[in-house]
Design a protein around this ligand. Structure first.
Ligand code: BTN
Length: 338
């Protein structure tokens, strides 16, 4: 199988740090000498020491030092490309994984990769974002190693009119991945906010480069609150994390693997069977799909009404309270009203 070389991006995690982490994780029960690690991954012992220090900074608990050897105390919950790639085998997301310890926005990087011709399925991950982008020009708080910050590059053979379906697909995948870690069923607020007990734990920003009749590339950016113990004050009433809901630590690695596998499944189903099964599934799991009293806020207006299902393109229909009939909502904020 021909593998194109990964584009060299400034700031991506050195593949040898990836190898170091994998080596430590795979030998978690023994102490490995710095010399042995250095030999295995082809760097100096000083470099091994520097990278161990870097890993400690992001919370990996490595015991020992250069002379005595190193030993990992606990499997780190870092989104290690090598491990991800292995577990995503058979999906398009296994082969081109770009990892950053810190980056402005994974969506910004993925959009640039898309423009540079990067193939379908590339993913960009970060342990921390300094300028995480949210919908409607908002920002996305991206605390170090607590959440999942992931952007997926897709090259779907569809017209821009069908693009809202991609957004639904990503929301369904995130929702199903989260559901496996909870005793309750998460909800989806159209188009793709995943909610637990009415509070948002996952948001998705889809950005795209399109021509009138085809999508050139789309970037689906997923932000999931996983192990945060509290939310910033400004969003404390409306946001939550999986840990805040369950009181437990959750594995970001496992969640991300599940999310990407579901994404692959829904995406293929959409390409082979069309929109119908996606819309059916959305209606099953989203209380916002039909019969929900909502306030819609778009760039130009704000009105209340009752949701009335989705159009075949994935657009939400709302029966307006002001007597102006049932209208399609292409984009905007949806809030439940009592
Ligand atoms: C929302 O406002 O609900 C969407 C939030 C999307 C955040 C994610 S985090 C990974 C990716 N990179 C970004 O800059 N944004 C998305």
């Amino acid at each position: 199988m021909a593998t194109k070389r990964l584009a060299k991006l400034p700031g991506t995690t050195d593949r040898r740090i990836d190898a170091l982490l994998t080596l430590l994780a795979e030998n978690s029960t023994i102490v490995i000498s710095g010399a042995k690690i250095a030999k295995e991954i082809g760097v100096t012992r000083q470099q091994v020491w520097r990278w161990i220090e870097k890993l400690r900074e992001v919370g990996v608990r490595v015991k020992g030092h250069a002379r005595s050897g190193y030993h990992i105390e606990r499997m780190p919950d870092i989104l290690i490309p090598q491990m991800l790639s292995h577990r995503l085998y058979g999906t398009p997301f296994a082969r081109r994984i770009y990892h950053f310890f810190k980056i402005d926005s994974t969506n910004a990087v993925a959009m640039r990769l898309g423009e540079a011709g990067e193939p379908h399925g590339a993913i960009v991950l970060a342990e921390e974002q300094t300028a995480g982008r949210g919908r409607a020009g908002r920002s996305w708080t991206s605390e170090k190693s607590s959440g999942i910050y992931c952007s997926v590059l897709l090259r779907p053979p569809i017209s821009p009119a069908h693009a809202p379906l991609l957004t639904l697909i990503a929301g369904l995948a995130a929702r199903d991945a989260i559901a496996e870690d909870l005793d309750t069923q998460p909800d989806i607020r159209w188009p793709n906010d995943v909610l637990i007990g009415g509070r948002k734990c996952c948001g998705i920003l889809t950005e795209m480069h399109a021509e009138p009749d085809r999508v050139h590339h789309a970037v689906v950016g997923i932000g999931m609150n996983v192990n945060q113990t509290k939310m910033p004050e400004a969003i404390a009433d409306i946001a939550t994390s999986l840990r805040m809901e369950t009181g437990k630590l959750h594995s970001r690695l496992e969640l991300l693997i599940r999310l990407l596998r579901y994404l692959d499944r829904y995406y293929n189903q959409f390409l082979t069977e069309g929109a119908r099964p996606i819309l059916r599934r959305f209606a099953q799991v989203s209380s916002y799909s039909e019969g929900k009293r909502v306030r819609i806020t778009t760039a130009t207006e704000s009105f209340t009404g009752v949701t009335a299902g989705l159009e075949p393109s994935g657009v939400l229909r709302v029966a307006r309270d002001d007597g102006r009939g049932t209208v399609p909502v292409l984009a905007g904020d949806v809030a439940e009203v009592s």
